[in-house]
Design a protein around this ligand. Structure first.
Ligand code: DGL
Length: 279
């Protein structure tokens, strides 16, 4: 738990609701902080955009959190922005910035015995091959698959819908076929998009027994705690909850954010501020 006299502001950013899965894990591991969360909902999805556009959006969002919210530490709770713009964001702000790709790959290494892993992510993340590189650097073989329909389904709140379950099944069947063709024996599936943990029950129901589902959001939150505290271990705690402050912002549809955000965060997100970051 953080001492209230030195309470830091931690900025957490995603294109939409997905980053709330990282915020939820941060609240568990690092209670007592002041959190400023920004969902760039007006410009979502990032996953279908170019590196240049993603970097511009991500830097504008990072500037808002650092300059206007006083964030002293940034967690990029978006695999797409982490894969394509982490360096650009780090260059643009004077505070430590943590992305989700490296923690996700590290968690895959810890989980896999066969050394073969599967990654599902947005189109832009897959095109960047950021996960494949991070996995290869750790001696893992990885097959990546873009699942572009999943983010809009989550943003629509269809996290437990039969259509979503069917879409997941089709994507995973295709991914499995590709891994089999490459004579791989995957035993871990990385959720390489922070929206996907919100679909975890449906995804777990669709993978064969023995395959571990890795949540890059939880892995990133854990890495953030270690980096932030400089401590060797983080323990879930509840005693600091009264002091935790959460301020959520969105670039569009604040009412929808208040409604769905509270459901996804598992606690009220409170009044959501509307932010205009331009086009
Ligand atoms: N949640 C974001 C990620 O982790 C992507 C959503 C989007 O496409 O905007 O990649």
């Amino acid at each position: 738990m953080i001492n209230s006299s030195t309470r830091p502001t931690i900025g957490v950013f995603d294109s939409g609701f997905g980053g709330l899965t990282v915020l939820q894990a941060l609240l568990t591991y690092l209670p007592g902080a002041r959190y400023a969360f920004l969902g760039d909902t007006a410009r979502l999805p990032y996953g279908s955009k170019s590196r240049r556009t993603i970097a511009r959006y991500a830097i504008e969002s990072a500037h808002f959190l650092v300059r206007e919210q006083g964030a002293e530490f940034l967690v990029i709770a978006c695999n797409t922005a982490s894969a394509l713009a982490l360096d650009a964001i780090q260059d643009a702000v004077p505070v430590p910035v943590l992305g989700v790709i490296e923690p996700g790959a590290k968690a895959a290494l810890e989980a896999s015995r066969t050394g073969d892993v599967l990654v599902i992510a947005t189109d832009a993340t897959v095109q960047s091959h950021a996960y494949a590189s991070a996995c290869h650097a750790r001696g893992l073989r990885a097959v990546e698959k873009a699942c572009p329909l999943l983010v809009p389904l989550v943003e629509e709140g269809w996290t437990n819908h039969p259509i979503t379950a069917e879409v997941i099944r089709i994507y995973l069947d295709e991914l499995w076929a590709e891994a089999t063709q490459k004579a791989m024996h995957p035993d871990a599936l990385v959720l390489g998009c922070t929206h996907y943990p919100l679909l975890r029950p449906l995804i777990e129901a669709a993978v064969p027994p023995g395959v571990q589902v890795i949540d890059s959001a939880a892995a990133a939150a854990h890495a953030a705690v270690l980096q932030f505290n400089g401590r060797a271990a983080a323990h879930p705690a509840s005693s600091g909850e009264q002091q935790t402050e959460i301020h959520c912002f969105a670039t569009d549809s604040v009412e929808k954010f208040e409604r769905l955000g509270s459901r996804f965060l598992g606690r009220p997100v409170g009044k959501v501020g509307l932010v205009d970051l331009g086009g």
